[in-house]
Ligand binder design. Structure first.
Ligand SMILES: Nc1ncnc2c1ncn2[C@@H]1O[C@H](COP(=O)(O)OP(=O)(O)OP(=O)(O)O)[C@@H](O)[C@H]1O
Length: 442
């Protein structure tokens, strides 16, 4: 883990930096937000940016957004609730009070290193699967992880990295569906200054950022076929060409790719290169959907309820046995992500320390939801495109704005979903924002 510290180190922030260093975490330093962005562009992967509240956090975040950098910013400043609230409203994800308390910083770092890297499971159907995962982790082979949306493909990738001999090097992820095709190439391979209009600084790509570590290519099936050829070359030759660069750069990276689409049939229809498929599919793991491992439901539910109680400053919430039974009977089309969202909501809405079954309301997931006031209530008399729009928006509301999950439930590609949403927004239709989190509460 590497952290970039932004601001003057002469005061309390410098003391915080020393505590971070003493915990074995490497740090880099930038005096200003502008310098910070150049450093990230050049050096790649930081787990966090610790930024002094004296700096203009809002413009740092805007600069990062314009460079498509998504590193969480943690504001550091005096123990003052108003300053903390202001920093959070500017886009900071957390606030560390200064003078720094070594225990708070240690807890923060510990949380960050454990976060999303433990693949929780106890269901007997997962026993052989997990035994295979342990063996696979130790090897250096490419891994292809498939499974429905929300089954934990990204968590499993991180777990494999943490268990591998590359654990002390970076784990870098790129969601191939999250960026327009034109940007994926420069994200992957980086670019030299002036390589294209807008390339104001030299920037390392994810391949270089992941050197000696692991590169997760999430939703690989969404990658443009032309770029697939370049990726294949990078994997085979173990070197990449930066956009606008003169000579290849050697890279030592383990690739883990995920897909929630059926890659062999994509290969058959010409949407995915067969040679790349064989390269990635040295080892393949298919995560079973949550409904096929019901014993994991109580374990995960408890884990999320403890986590969200803590995050919300509440006493630990306990799930009643009726609530657990109800969770185990539901078929979880959105898998663990849907369970996590359901528990998060339940933790907040439950007025007692016990979460009872009434905190969970599930539509029959085999039938599209037909609420009395919903446009899908009476299908007769509506045009197909109206129905499609209502269906897509309803699904997106159900997934709390999560595009990947919604696309998977609708059985369409994320790109197709995104195009539809763009079209709706251009016609003034209110589209649930991405990751709107607790949208269902309001
Ligand atoms: N076994 C697990 N243990 C702990 N948390 C899990 C587990 N599986 C999934 N999660 C949680 O569920 C959520 C979804 O997981 P993840 O993003 O890894 O799924 P995914 O299969 O990659 O989804 P998608 O295909 O939609 O990108 C995350 O918040 C993750 O922390």
């Amino acid at each position: 883990m590497r952290i970039l510290i932004v601001g003057s180190l002469s005061g309390e922030l410098g003391k915080a930096a020393k505590i971070v260093l003493a915990r074995g975490v490497s740090i880099d330093h930038a005096e200003t937000g502008k310098e910070a962005v150049s450093k990230i562009c050049l050096n790649g992967d930081y787990r966090f940016i610790f930024c002094s509240v004296i700096e203009d956090i809002s413009s740092l975040i805007k600069r990062m957004e314009s460079e498509r950098i998504a590193v969480p910013v943690v504001a550091c400043g005096p123990e003052d609730p108003e300053m903390a609230a202001h920093a959070i409203s500017c886009g900071a994800e957390d606030y560390i009070p200064l003078p720094p308390d070594p225990d708070i910083i240690a807890g923060f770092l510990e949380n960050a290193s454990q976060e999303k890297s433990t693949f929780l499971t106890i269901d007997p159907v997962m026993k052989t699967f997990m035994a295979d995962v342990e063996k696979i982790a130790a090897s250096d082979a490419s891994v292809l992880i498939t499974g429905e949306s929300g089954t934990g493909k990204e968590v499993l990738s991180k777990y494999i990295h943490v268990k591998s001999k590359r654990a002390s090097a970076p784990f870098v992820a790129l969601n191939c569906a999250a960026l327009p095709e034109t940007l994926v190439e420069s994200e992957l391979f980086g670019h030299e200054r002036g390589a294209f209009s807008g390339a104001a600084t030299r920037r390392v790509g994810r391949f270089e950022a992941a050197n000696h570590g692991t590169l997760l290519l999430d939703e690989i099936s969404e990658m443009d076929i032309r770029l697939q050829a370049k990726l294949l070359r990078a994997i085979q030759e173990r070197e990449i060409d930066r956009l606008g660069g003169n000579s290849p750069v050697p890279v030592d990276v383990r690739i883990i790719a995920t897909s929630n689409r059926n890659l062999p049939s994509e290969v058959e229809t010409g949407g995915f290169r067969q040679d790349l498929y064989f390269r990635l599919n040295v080892i393949s793991l298919s995560i079973p959907p949550l409904r096929q491992r019901q014993n994991d439901i109580p374990l995960l539910a408890k884990y999320f309820s403890d986590h969200y109680s803590k995050v919300n400053g509440l006493k630990p919430r306990r799930l009643s046995s009726e609530a657990v039974e109800k969770l185990q009977k539901y078929n979880w089309p959105g898998n663990v992500r849907e369970l996590e969202n359901a528990i998060h909501r339940a933790v907040i809405i439950s007025s007692h320390e016990e979460i009872d079954e009434n905190c969970f309301i599930f539509a029959d997931s085999n039938i599209p939801s037909v609420e009395p006031d919903s446009p899908t209530c009476s299908w007769v008399g509506h045009r197909m495109d109206e129905m499609e729009q209502a269906f897509i928006i309803d699904t997106l509301v159900h997934t709390d704005g999560n595009r990947t999950h919604a696309a998977s439930m609708l059985g369409i590609s994320i790109r197709a979903l995104r195009n539809k949403l763009k079209e709706y927004a251009e016609h003034g239709v209110s589209v649930p924002p991405p990751n709107s989190g607790m949208a269902g509460l309001s």
